[in-house]
Ligand binder design. Structure first.
Ligand code: IYR
Length: 224
């Protein structure tokens, strides 16, 4: 069993020297235009697009290549209604009692409340479940490694893929998220990590006028 996999040649995209910066700039501008959206159109989105976003996300690197994620995609209106109802119940308690004063102050600029109509308006909800381990048929547990890191990277690729398709999403984290395992019938070794409502932005959608930190604010360099 302790055998390396066979290897295959790896040749990254054949870009000419002068093409690299242009490609990077184009990708930067594309991603810089992405915003989290809370106001969705109910216009349907074909399942194929969601499938491709999940395939793209699942190319993420992962600890020991265990690919410790499950993506649950929901367009069923009754299921969405149940998710909204359970999420809003948790969020009501969060905004009224559970959240600290500091947390509520931090959220104030975003204008979020316990109300989550997007959980029914958006044509798709995709829930990313992190697999804490994998149960083997004999009852033992196959360990997974760096699960939050692996799933976090996959989530980033998922968001980028949706953005490239002209779709909008939000990294929604109703807190706590335990109800999603029950509503979606997932096993106990899977923990809901992020709920993504997905769709086209509403025609009149607006987003907070956020500012991104500058390169200087987010980086430190030791150049040779
Ligand atoms: N889960 C709540 C609160 C919330 C928390 C964070 I951190 C945000 O960036 C935004 C919202 C909600 O979804 O409203």
């Amino acid at each position: 069993m302790r055998q390396p996999l066979p290897t295959v040649p790896y040749r990254p995209l054949p870009l000419a020297e002068h093409e690299r910066q242009a490609a990077a700039d184009a990708f930067f501008h594309e991603m810089d235009a992405r915003r989290s959206v809370r106001d969705f159109s109910d216009e349907p989105v074909p399942r194929d697009l969601i499938e491709t976003a999940i395939r793209t996300a699942s190319t993420a690197p992962s600890g020991a290549h265990k690919q410790p994620w499950t993506w649950v995609a929901v367009s069923d209106p009754e299921m969405k209604r149940r998710i909204r109802q359970a999420a809003e119940e948790e969020e009501k308690a969060f905004y009224a009692e559970r959240a600290s004063e500091e947390w509520l102050n931090a959220l104030a600029p975003l204008g979020t409340t316990w109300e989550k109509p997007f959980l029914e308006t958006a044509p798709w909800l995709v829930v990313l479940f992190a697999q804490r381990y994998r149960p083997r048929p004999d009852g033992t547990r196959e360990k997974h490694y760096y699960v939050p890191e692996s799933c976090g990277i996959a989530a980033g690729l998922f968001i980028a893929s949706l953005h490239r398709m002209g779709l909008a999403t939000l990294t929604h984290t109703p807190s706590p998220m335990g109800f999603l395992r029950n509503v979606l019938g997932r096993p106990s070794h899977e923990a809901a990590m992020i709920l993504f409502p997905i769709g086209f932005p509403a025609e009149n959608a607006e987003v907070p006028d956020l500012r991104r930190k500058s390169l200087d604010e987010v980086s430190v360099w030791f150049e040779g």
